[in-house]
Design a protein around this ligand. Structure first.
Ligand code: NDP
Length: 337
């Protein structure tokens, strides 16, 4: 197998020298194991957090570890009664072309119900994050305004579309005119605002004439600051991610904005609640599979994918994900499907 391993903890944007490529042979299969060939690798922002020894909700990668990630794989050898050669499975084999894993750590996919890549995006972890975070914490009501940033990514694009299915008005924030156009024309958002534009603050105000009732927080930074000023009384803020700061290795300079934020939490009776998606696994997985599967199947939720060819391109595509070069779910095609 060819692997991409963490060679050094990045300072700022991950550099090529923070990764090392290695080719190693895999062990023979033990009883219950399968040999997998990766087809798609998922690139996800949280992986940047694992490339740091700063305290977080999960342990960091050690130097020399294969970089982690969800994958869609084909079974090429099996010593498990539950998996046959040729099965397509969801696995967590990370940035490598092949892996030997216990069959029980894989989930079989049915390629006839949805394209297999969706298991890493709209019908997988990012879609689940949007579904559970929005419905459990955001609780959008008909007629309310729901705002999400990183709106062209897999989480944000699902948030906006689910909000609309619940009768709310969906406003997406994304980087660049092209992403904003796609949000409105292809994904059905009511409005989209470009956070890179000089007129962003005014554009956001124009797009949210009745204020904001739910802010699905994906980015933090100046975007969150601008949104915060437009929150309505009793607004809900599911705090899902803060990707604007993931490459920061030092604290930002400038005024401390926390007191202003806390004043708003108090005076507007805001509900601000962070979450890590797997805390909702027990309560929301069945509903997600049924509802989201139905919505994707009948076209009422659409999805975008941004596929990069070749595992050797993973570091560059990962940098692109953190800086907004992706339009849709960032995937690496590791092998043919
Ligand atoms: P995306 O594909 O949306 O990629 C991240 C996007 O963030 C970029 O494309 C970019 O889009 C935007 N972005 C980057 N920097 C900035 C910035 N400085 N200001 C504003 N926007 C920025 O990723 P996902 O949909 O996979 O993830 C979205 C968020 O959800 C992330 O924060 C992620 O960590 C979080 N997450 C949290 C989970 C949880 O359990 N809590 C689970 C899964 C994801 P643009 O061009 O629009 O700026």
């Amino acid at each position: 197998t060819t692997q991409v391993r963490l060679a050094a903890y990045p300072v700022g944007v991950p550099a090529d020298s923070d990764f090392e490529f290695a080719t190693v042979s895999l062990p023979d299969l033990a009883e219950g194991q399968v040999l997998l060939r990766a087809i798609y690798l998922s690139l996800d922002p949280y992986v940047r957090g694992r490339m740091s020894t700063a305290k977080s909700y999960a342990d960091p990668l050690a130097l020399g570890d294969v970089v982690m990630g969800g994958t869609v794989c084909e079974v090429v050898e099996s010593r498990s009664g539950d998996r046959q050669v040729g099965d397509v499975v969801l696995a967590f084999t990370g940035w490598q072309t092949h892996a030997v894993v216990d069959a029980r750590h894989t989930r079989r996919l049915d390629p006839s119900t949805a394209p297999i890549s969706t298991a890493l995006g709209v019908l997988g972890m990012p879609g689940f994050t949007a579904y559970a975070g929005l419905l459990e914490i955001g609780r959008p009501k008909a007629g309310e305004t729901v705002v999400t940033a990183a709106a062209a990514g897999p989480v944000g694009s699902a948030v906006g579309q689910i909000a609309r299915l619940k009768g709310a008005r969906a406003v997406g924030i994304a980087g660049g005119a092209e992403k904003c156009r796609v949000l409105v024309e292809q994904l059905g958002f009511d409005a989209a605002v470009d956070h890179r534009s000089e007129t962003f603050v005014d554009d956001l105000a124009a797009a949210t004439p009745d204020g904001i009732d739910v802010y699905f927080e994906n980015v933090g930074g100046p975007v969150a600051e601008a949104v915060g000023r437009r929150l309505n009384r009793y607004a809900r803020v599911p705090v899902c991610g803060l990707v604007a700061g993931y490459n920061d290795t030092a604290a930002a300079e400038g005024p401390d904005r926390l007191p202003g934020f806390m004043r708003r939490v108090l005076t507007l009776s805001l509900t601000v609640r962070g979450f890590i998606q797997d805390e909702f696994a027990a309560t929301h997985t069945a509903d997600f599979a049924r509802e989201m599967g139905g919505w994707v199947g009948d076209g009422s939720v659409r999805y975008l994918e941004d596929v990069t060819d070749g595992l050797d391109q993973a570091p560059e595509a990962f940098r692109g994900l953190l800086s907004g070069r992706n339009l849709g779910k960032a995937l690496v095609r590791v092998g043919t499907d």
